[in-house]
Design a protein around this ligand. Structure first.
Ligand SMILES: [Fe+2]
Length: 244
């Protein structure tokens, strides 16, 4: 098999099934942006499949610790979020760039379109990144994000969540999803998470992990990510993600 064929096979689009549909009327924005005609599959070209690439030196020392990126510590509940990135056979995926973004403890994003009346935190940007190690593991230290209102429907609130982006070896391997927290009472009322088939939705809920919890310092939540296969983590790369 020549290189191009091998790459094209390797990056074949994932089978749909556990991903949210393009059109989910309860999630208002999907009505406007869902395609109205059948999709046409455009084959990727070799230049898309081979680059660009990034180097290790781009990752800074505090990039995976969102509580140490400013002069002081952010307000809120300090948490550790860690997990493994795996393929469908449970093999670790090393050197995967994991990026996260989130609102602060009050539910406010540091973003121009977020103008809801909750305070910004001068010590919290809400963005971080890490590379997985040889065991496919990543780890972040951050602040538990708050719930925030949005304008999808009357009295609409997003459950607490952290946005995740994963990059494989090239740009078209970017995958985006959201991590939720266990037992969040807002989830049943959230059309973004409810748009994901129930069998897969639970894979987006992190697990509280006492072994990851550090005494007198921070609670630990474990969030493993499976990139393909029957147990794949649902991704929103195509359907969602307009909200920062
Ligand atoms: Fe969000």
């Amino acid at each position: 098999m020549n290189l191009e064929k091998e790459l094209l096979t390797h990056y074949a689009p994932p089978e749909r099934g556990d991903e949210p549909p393009y059109l989910y009327p309860a999630y208002g924005s999907t009505v406007l942006r869902a395609p109205q005609r059948p999709l046409i599959l455009l084959p990727h070209t070799l230049s898309e499949l081979t680059g660009p690439v990034y180097g290790h030196n781009a990752i800074g020392e505090t990039d995976n610790d969102l509580t140490r990126q400013h002069a002081g510590e952010p307000l809120g509940e300090r948490i550790i979020v860690a997990g493994r990135v795996m393929d469908e056979d449970g093999r670790p995926l090393r050197n995967t760039l994991v990026e996260i973004w989130q609102c602060n403890a009050a539910g406010r994003y540091r973003h121009v379109v977020d103008d809801h009346p909750a305070p910004l935190d001068p010590n919290f940007t809400g963005a971080g990144r890490a590379l997985t190690n040889d065991r496919g593991e990543y780890q972040f230290v951050t602040i538990k994000p708050g719930a925030y209102p949005w304008r999808n429907h009357a009295n609409a609130w997003r459950p607490a969540h952290i946005h995740f982006s994963l990059f494989g070896p090239c740009l078209i391997t970017r995958l985006i999803t959201q991590m939720y927290f266990p037992n969040d009472p807002l989830m049943p009322f959230d059309p973004i998470s409810q748009s994901i088939p129930e069998r897969a939705r639970q894979r987006l809920v992190s697990n509280f992990d006492l072994s990851l919890t550090q005494p007198d310092w921070a609670l630990g939540y474990r969030f493993d990510i499976v990139l393909s296969g029957r147990e794949a983590t649902p991704m929103e790369t195509h359907a969602h993600g307009e909200r920062t």
